[in-house]
Design a protein around this ligand. Structure first.
Ligand code: URA
Length: 480
């Protein structure tokens, strides 16, 4: 293990035999270790009791949460009972204390790296349609001297996943050991990996279950999921991109604001610096949705050919990381450095270096024909003059899943080649016959493709005869 790294020991779940004794009824005298907890309540360690308690809108104790989650992670509690608890948590919400207990349980389910390095800063987005910023933000920040330990996720609900997308590049290893993690971070200043059994393994299994049980868009569940894996990385600070709108888990600004607060509070509870951005997700970010398509779009950005919204948001986020790392005196200077990393080609070089270091074929960066692509294209054109008014953005994610670009069943394989290219944004003036969307699909999907094309015209893209203002990309920046 390299200098500067310290591993905490793994906390083991309660052994089944011992736990069985506790199942019936137990009054906990011991104070539960959760900073935010205000009082010690009675815990009853029984699976149906805990599910029923949450179903009835009551608060769970920290011990009940830990006991349940540890036993699920250890495969003692089956998926159907965890799914029931997640749905009850989703519907009835969780208090600050419960959220803290869930975050802590998930964080301590695995190894926590401790680094005394103020330049270790990560970024995390709550996810949305066409959200691909990690592929740009991570190499920009790393090129500027930030150490970026990015543990990313697979597709979740209707959104695509960073790990699924980068696996479009042949050979790229998202499964990285702790030793490789520290080597990559120290030598290249950048790791982009999936969750392993080491970091927050409880989140890994619960995340996959939430993906297929419609239990994603919940403030406490998202807070615990994001912060447990991020806090395990050994970071000094984090930039959080909280999305709101039709293509985000938080549809309303006020819910996104509450999520931003919850994430920032959790970061502060662990003495981490944070910068939270509230950003628009009312339309796809950038110009593509789909695994290979999105990676190619990011490589193009790093080569200087960027859609404006994607470029602006990436510069804001990476500028925030450079600032939090202490490599710029304020956010503005951080953004100027971020721009320089794109202009000089340093960020593109860092991206190539990352691909090669994690076993991928870096020639994909210069030869897009190597990417898995769909065999066919279908153009969808406007049937009226007017202005693009809105997108049913979440639907776009579901349609990508229908084509095979996302999952309907946990751990199913995905098709990297399918997806959509968008040619217009909200507020754009259009004429009948203008190209709006290109569908990338496979030869055996003619009928499905036709249905999707009709859906784009009749349901997804709304056209107004009156001028429509473009949405504000960044609504708020919160620095803690
Ligand atoms: N990203 C995560 O890592 N977890 C969530 O629950 C949502 C977004």
């Amino acid at each position: 293990m390299a200098k500067g790294f310290m591993k905490t020991t793994k906390k083991k779940a309660v052994a089944p035999a011992k736990a069985a004794k506790k199942v019936v009824k137990k009054v906990v005298k011991k104070k539960v270790v959760v900073k935010a907890a205000t009082k010690t309540e009675e815990s009853i360690l029984s699976v149906p009791h805990i599910i029923g308690k949450k179903r009835d809108g009551k608060r769970l104790t920290a011990e009940e949460i830990k006991w349940f989650v540890d036993r699920y992670t250890s495969k003692i509690i089956p998926d159907y009972q965890m799914s029931a608890l997640l749905m009850a948590m989703y519907i009835n919400g969780m208090s600050t204390e419960e959220t803290a207990a869930l975050t802590d349980t998930m964080l301590y389910s695995g190894t926590i790296i401790k680094l005394d390095d103020p330049t270790v800063i990560d970024k995390h987005s709550t996810g949305g349609i066409g959200d691909k910023t990690t592929f740009v933000v991570a190499p920009i920040a790393a090129a500027a001297g930030v150490k970026v330990p990015s543990i990313a996720g697979r597709g979740l609900g209707f959104t695509g996943g960073t790990v699924d997308k980068i696996e479009a590049i042949k050979g790229y290893q998202t499964a990285v050991t702790l030793e490789q993690y520290q080597k990559l971070l120290m030598e290249n200043g950048l790791v982009l990996m999936g969750q392993t059994g080491d970091f927050a393994p409880a989140d890994k299994v619960i995340y996959a279950l939430r993906d297929v049980t419609a239990t994603v868009s919940s403030i406490p569940l998202i807070t615990a999921s994001i912060m447990s894996k991020k806090l395990a990385e050994g970071l000094a600070g984090i930039v959080l991109d909280v999305k709101y709108g039709a293509g985000a888990f938080m549809k309303e600004w006020k819910d996104a604001r509450a999520l931003a607060q919850s994430l920032a509070d959790t970061a502060a509870r662990f003495d981490k610096k944070s910068m939270v951005f509230l950003t628009d997700m009312s339309q796809p970010l950038g110009i593509t949705v789909g695994n290979s398509l999105e990676v190619i779009e990011c490589i193009e950005l790093l080569k200087g050919n960027a859609p404006k919204d994607l470029y602006d948001i990436c510069i804001e986020l990476s500028g925030g990381m450079i600032f939090l790392a202490g490599l710029a005196k304020n956010h503005k200077e951080g953004m100027a450095k971020a721009k320089a990393m794109v202009e000089s080609g340093a960020a593109l070089k860092k991206f190539e270096q990352m691909i090669a270091a994690q076993g991928g074929d870096a020639s994909y960066v210069h030869d897009y024909s190597l990417f898995p692509t769909a065999a066919k294209r279908r153009e969808v054109c406007a049937n009226a003059d007017g202005y693009i008014a809105s997108f049913e953005n979440e639907e776009i994610g579901h349609m990508c899943t229908e084509l095979g670009g996302g999952r309907k069943v946990a751990n199913a394989p995905i098709d990297h080649g399918v997806g959509f290219s968008f040619h217009k944004k909200i507020g754009d003036k259009i004429k009948k016959g203008d190209l709006l969307v290109t569908i990338h699909y496979n030869a055996d999907q003619e009928l499905l493709c036709e249905t999707l094309a009709q859906r784009f015209i009749n349901v997804i893209i709304k056209v107004s005869s009156k001028k429509v203002p473009a949405p504000k990309l960044i609504a708020e920046r919160i620095l803690r």
